[in-house]
Design a protein around this ligand. Sequence first.
Ligand code: GUN
Length: 285
Amino acid sequence: MAAIIDGKKISAEIRAEIKEETEALKAQGITAGLAVIIVGNDPASEVYVRNKGRACGEVGIYSEIIALPENTSEAELLEKIDALNARREINGILVQLPLPKHINEKAVTARILPEKDVDAFHYENVGRITLGKPRFLPCTPAGVMELLHRSGVEIAGKECVVVGRSNIVGKPMAQLLLGENGTVTICHSKTADVASHTRRSDILVSSVGKAGFITGDMIKKGAVVIDVGINRTPDGKLCGDVDFASVEPLASMITPVPGGVGPMTITMLLKNTLTAAKLQNNTNV
Ligand code: GUN
């Protein structure tokens, strides 16, 4: 029987800490501010963006949601970013991904001032993470690290296997685990035998986006299993990458979906926005 890592509870604890800090900043006359840009009408993205705005309100962060039509040109989007870069009261800028196909995602993330890049997707911030000098940590991997830390999981010297190599989750996840002295393996769609790697992992992080991809026969007894997947079953139910029924009896700790990693992503965005406000105002309160 695995202990359940309760992302909702841990997230609520961190949000309470963030709220205290935003209030302390306000006492100095500084209100942290976040701008979120969404282009088009992807229903999942619309939900995520709405949740980000609501979460800001709950901890006292000012937020603006800028909804642009699907046919917005790349030049128009870059102009919007330039305008937000120039505004003092906006400390963080996030462009919700994915973008429509006619817009170059890399050009867009590179246009955000690195000190306002609360997603940590800009080349400079990615480079800083690689060099071990981060300004911001990417939200989902940072959320996973918080779950591990606050659950008392030791990382140094452990076999860590990350399944998935996306720029948003897999690659930075591996960097953060390596930064804490884990021995890290990244598996991906061309890995010959994924199970041969996962079977020796003490800490397994799955971010492949396939329901039921990780099954009990792929787990080392006592492993800590972190499920980053957000998938839908054919009948529309939310589920992760991990087949909970067969994995849970073998794991020592496991995150559920929903209620595991999910709530942490927005929490870390709030934290990054607060960090951005402090850095831009030269304050440490
Ligand atoms: N789409 C899915 N995850 C993310 C994220 O972390 N940041 C942004 N900007 N878009 C996303």
